[in-house]
Ligand binder design. Structure first.
Ligand SMILES: *[C@@H]1O[C@H](CO)[C@@H](O)[C@H](O)[C@H]1NC(C)=O
Ligand SMILES: *[C@@H]1O[C@H](CO)[C@@H](O)[C@H](O)[C@H]1NC(C)=O
Ligand SMILES: *[C@@H]1O[C@H](CO)[C@@H](O)[C@H](O)[C@H]1NC(C)=O
Ligand SMILES: *[C@@H]1O[C@H](CO)[C@@H](O)[C@H](O)[C@H]1NC(C)=O
Ligand SMILES: *[C@@H]1O[C@H](CO)[C@@H](O)[C@H](O)[C@H]1NC(C)=O
Ligand SMILES: *[C@@H]1O[C@H](CO)[C@@H](O)[C@H](O)[C@H]1NC(C)=O
Ligand SMILES: *[C@@H]1O[C@H](CO)[C@@H](O)[C@H](O)[C@H]1NC(C)=O
Ligand SMILES: *[C@@H]1O[C@H](CO)[C@@H](O)[C@H](O)[C@H]1NC(C)=O
Length: 493
């Protein structure tokens, strides 16, 4: 009964299709020669020129000093290019929080998580240990064993490099609160009562609300980053058996913006990409990586890296694993406890680079870090639920999701109405090529650059997130000013 559909995809011409598909693949892998990635002098000059920006509060720069050549070359390769012209409207002030909210957490890194010692992942400003192996599936530089929960540390360190920092909060458009919210609650998710879990959150909002910066916009220009899913900060009751902290349900937090790896449906919650293993420090590393991914030969139709969720009744993972095992065109990377192959960047990149499609079913939550690993590898993500990406990464992924991904409704898999291999085989060759090109173009905008340097012209996931926050705060500011004007009328009577 269980395996009713397995081996029984009702399509008599699958073999022909398969042959067509595989042979066409061999012929269509051509290289794009347009981007040399070699000459970076213009951009480097701009970088040095603008690098002083952070320590000064004057904001206008001459446009003439730009070398358009490089900028244009890069524009053709990606959608997002930095605003190199001016800091006006982009200044950010970093709150200097007491160390209990960030540094102390790192100092006690061996007690951050119940099952893992996180200290190993703190090296290189939160990127984790450098992958120093001569392996053809990665580049010589820019690869790290990055843990998926380190986003808040990486983001903080990237922010220290932001071009438009100011020490004068009155000039700032937005205020960054470098609280390591996920690492903080991560210590207490299992076996601690709610007062322990909430203690630092309560202390934080108290500290913030006492600062002069708070009253300017009642916190609506403040933002923070959580390296865990937003539900971990939205505990609905004060019952000890309920999950997470209530950080984001405190009155002050409701006025702030939270960026996290998976958002809830609250309107001050925004999802930004999980960190991947790739942290480039130069535009040209990204450009040569993109070239490499265009050239890569992909011998499998699809891959799945993950583990089943036997205890989640709605999970389709076991079904997908069965389908993968019985399909010779599928590559399965099992992620089971113990020596976890899935946390080795070489293994993950090998699997995804050798596949045309990468399955991204929900796990414990809707989203997965694997989605971003697959984009980095030029592997077209296959989603089973809109909340795994489409309703989440609004700033970073294209609105028209058919451009870069395939959607197979979860219920169709559950009800065994579809065989994944056949659905994917039916995608026309030209669509596959167009989608892959779109995925490869997304790479710069979903990776976090190495915080020890700065990409010259390309915008990374950090830049796009900051832009999103600044626009949001600007809208809030306009709204507040408008309502102030409106409210004034009655007070003049
Ligand atoms: C597709 O998957 C089914 C099992 O789900 C398998 O029986 C069939 O042989 C596969 N077809 C191809 C073309 O791989
Ligand atoms: C802010 O002040 C600190 C300490 O005085 C200094 O190290 C830093 O460079 C200043 N940053 C900016 C953006 O002015
Ligand atoms: C920058 O300078 C240009 C030309 O001098 C001027 O038009 C523009 O308003 C200035 N922008 C800012 C933000 O000061
Ligand atoms: C890296 O591997 C390639 C072949 O895989 C080899 O030609 C090259 O010499 C190696 N480089 C180093 C530094 O080991
Ligand atoms: C919560 O747990 C801490 C220690 O883990 C304990 O000191 C405290 O009394 C507990 N609070 C409540 C309300 O149970
Ligand atoms: C949140 O903002 C509103 C105005 O938008 C303000 O009235 C309220 O007091 C703020 N809440 C806190 C806790 O500051
Ligand atoms: C599933 O639940 C059983 C019983 O509650 C438990 O023993 C087992 O560890 C769980 N398995 C997983 C993978 O969580
Ligand atoms: C979305 O993208 C697909 C593929 O590129 C295209 O055919 C379709 O017209 C687009 N839809 C919209 C609404 O732009």
């Amino acid at each position: 009964m269980e395996k009713l559909m397995i081996g029984n995809c009702p399509n008599p011409i699958w073999f022909v299709l398969l042959l067509c598909f595989l042979s066409s693949l061999l012929f269509v892998l051509f290289d794009y020669l347009a981007l040399s990635g070699g000459k970076q002098n213009g951009a480097t000059f701009i970088l040095n020129h603008f690098a002083n920006d952070g320590t000064s509060t004057s904001s206008n720069y001459s446009v003439q000093s730009l070398n358009n050549q490089q900028t244009q070359e890069t524009v053709s390769n990606t959608k997002f290019v930095k605003n190199l012209y001016s800091c006006s409207g982009r200044y950010i002030y970093i709150h200097d929080l007491p160390s209990q909210f960030n540094k102390e957490l790192l100092m006690n890194c061996n007690s951050l998580m119940k099952w893992i010692n996180m200290c190993q992942y703190l090296s290189d400003l939160g990127l984790g240990p450098l992958v120093d192996k001569n392996e053809s599936v990665i580049l010589k530089r820019g690869w790290f064993v990055t843990n998926q929960f380190m986003l808040e540390v990486i983001f903080h360190n990237r922010m220290m490099q932001y071009q438009c920092l100011t020490n004068d909060s009155s000039l700032a458009s937005a205020i960054y609160v470098p609280f390591y919210a996920g690492l903080d609650v991560g210590r207490y998710l299992w076996g601690f009562n709610v007062s322990v879990r909430d203690a630092n959150s309560l202390a934080l909002v108290q500290w913030l609300a006492d600062k002069p910066e708070w009253k300017r916009m009642w916190g609506r220009d403040h933002f923070l980053v959580g390296g865990r899913v937003a539900w971990d900060f939205r505990r609905q009751t004060d019952d000890d058996s309920d999950w997470g902290s209530k950080l984001m349900l405190l009155p002050e937090s409701k006025n702030m913006t939270l960026l996290s790896i998976e958002s809830s449906n609250a309107d001050n919650d925004f999802a930004i990409p999980y960190p991947t293993y790739f942290h480039p420090s130069k535009d040209r590393q990204i450009i040569s990586w993109q070239k490499k991914m265009r050239r890569t030969k992909r011998q499998y139709l699809f891959s799945f890296a993950g583990a089943p969720r036997p205890n989640l009744s709605n999970s389709i993972r076991s079904e997908l694993i069965d389908q993968c095992h019985s399909s010779p065109t599928c590559n399965f990377l099992g992620c089971y406890n113990g020596a976890n192959k899935c946390e080795d960047p070489i293994n993950v990149m090998k699997a995804f680079q050798s596949s045309v499609f990468c399955l991204q079913p929900p796990g414990d939550s809707f989203t997965r870090r694997s989605t971003f690993d697959s984009i980095v590898a030029g592997c077209i993500p296959v989603f089973f639920h809109k909340d795994s990406a489409y309703s989440q990464y609004l700033w970073h992924l294209p609105k028209n999701y058919t451009k870069y991904s395939v959607m197979i409704p979860l219920n169709d898999v559950k009800d065994r109405k579809v065989c994944v291999n056949e659905t994917l085989l039916r995608v026309p060759k030209n669509d596959v090529l167009a989608m892959r090109e779109e995925v490869i173009k997304l790479i710069p905008s979903i990776v976090y650059g190495d915080p020890r340097s700065r990409l010259e012209t390309l915008e990374d996931a950090f830049d796009i997130a900051v832009k999103g926050v600044l626009e949001r705060v600007e809208t809030a500011r306009r709204e507040m000013e408008e309502s102030k004007l409106l409210n004034k009328k009655p007070s003049f009577k």
